[in-house]
Design a protein around this ligand. Structure first.
Ligand SMILES: C[S@@+](CC[C@H](N)C(=O)[O-])C[C@H]1O[C@@H](n2cnc3c(N)ncnc32)[C@H](O)[C@@H]1O
Length: 312
């Protein structure tokens, strides 16, 4: 069996003396048999995984923090800063494709690295918390919205959502926004007085907390949940700009799952409005889950579907 970088580091001299808190490990991340360990998870499916193992905690009283580097470079830096602020030993583990090498270079300028493991196209290193690297962790949120490092499209309104917006501003009845992010589309949906209720379903807790602030309307409710298993509705309309990849990989199955959820949650006369990257093959799933599918609009990069007559 191929050992993880963490397992190898523990074999080769990494000593964690006391409780270890792990920031944002994806489901299945190898905690190498560590016993005194807690996990901080903000992505709902990961949270469910670690919670089922009884490991979710806030890291109070920790002796060490392990940062599992995410794709977002700004978020990775914020997480390293948080780990340094918590004090004690800081361990950082990441893939080259997620920018671990530049994080390593920046940390090395301000801290003495105590150990390094490079393997599996990535690097794990550890050091004692001290000075914070001189890096910029600020983001520019789109005008009029609150966003946070690492949430989807943190600095600009997504072009797919912009394409969908003119089609969701005159809806009626009970509406769900699947993968609501920081709430851009949800706010547009609520421009219509005929919308009676809006459920924002989002897996990223940080994005959802932004959505709750960006959509301060009594008709809106934020649901921290997995859109694939979410139980709610029935809805007159479901809108979605579904994710086209999981935390790391391209994954049209996720979008297909969102389509199945929409069909499951709609009333028989309900409508699903979805924008998708033009290259993703969603037509057959839409055709399997809905009696009628139209392409309403499109651009070079995106296509916009309206699907009705959901099949159970
Ligand atoms: C393409 S973004 C759209 C965000 C938002 N609607 C907008 O217009 O800016 C897709 C969103 O789905 C969320 N997401 C990913 N997997 C999810 C899941 N399993 N359940 C719910 N939301 C998920 C992502 O965190 C992301 O915010």
């Amino acid at each position: 069996m191929k050992h993880s970088r963490l397992f190898t580091a523990l074999q080769e001299g990494l000593q964690v003396e006391g409780p270890l808190h792990v920031l944002r490990p994806p489901a299945g991340y190898d905690l190498a048999g560590l016993t005194d360990v807690s996990v901080g998870a903000v992505f709902y499916p990961d949270h469910q995984y670690w919670s089922a193992m009884g490991l979710v905690g806030d890291g109070a009283g920790r002796a060490a923090t392990l940062v599992v580097v995410p794709r977002s470079k700004t978020l990775a830096r914020v997480m390293v800063n948080d780990a340094i602020a918590a004090g004690g030993l800081v361990i950082v583990d990441g893939q080259k494709t997620d920018g671990i090498e530049s994080i390593y270079k920046d940390v090395r300028k301000v801290a003495q690295i105590k150990g390094v493991v490079t393997k599996g196209h990535g690097r794990l290193f550890w050091f004692q918390a001290g000075e914070t690297p001189r890096w910029n962790t600020s983001i520019t949120s789109p005008d009029g919205f609150i966003t946070a490092p690492g949430v989807f499209s943190e600095s600009k309104i997504d072009a797919g959502s912009t394409l969908l917006a003119p089609h969701v501003d005159a809806l009626k009845g009970a509406v769900a926004d699947l993968g609501a992010g920081w709430g851009y589309l949800s706010r547009v949906v609520l421009q219509s007085d005929a919308v009676t209720r809006l459920d924002m379903v989002e897996a990223d807790k940080i994005a959802l907390d932004c959505a709750a602030k960006n959509v301060p309307d009594p008709r809106a409710t934020a649901h921290w949940d997995d859109a694939l298993t979410y139980q709610g509705g029935p809805y007159d309309v479901v809108v979605s700009n579904p994710p086209f990849h999981t935390s790391r990989d391209g994954d049209p199955d996720l979008g297909r799952g969102f389509i199945a959820t929409a069909a499951r949650l709609l009333t028989p006369r309900g409508t699903f409005l979805m924008v998708a990257n033009r290259h993703l093959p969603y037509e057959s799933t839409l055709g399997a889950k809905f009696g009628r599918v139209e392409e309403l609009d499109g651009s070079g990069a995106f296509k916009l579907f309206r699907a009705t007559k959901p099949k159970r």
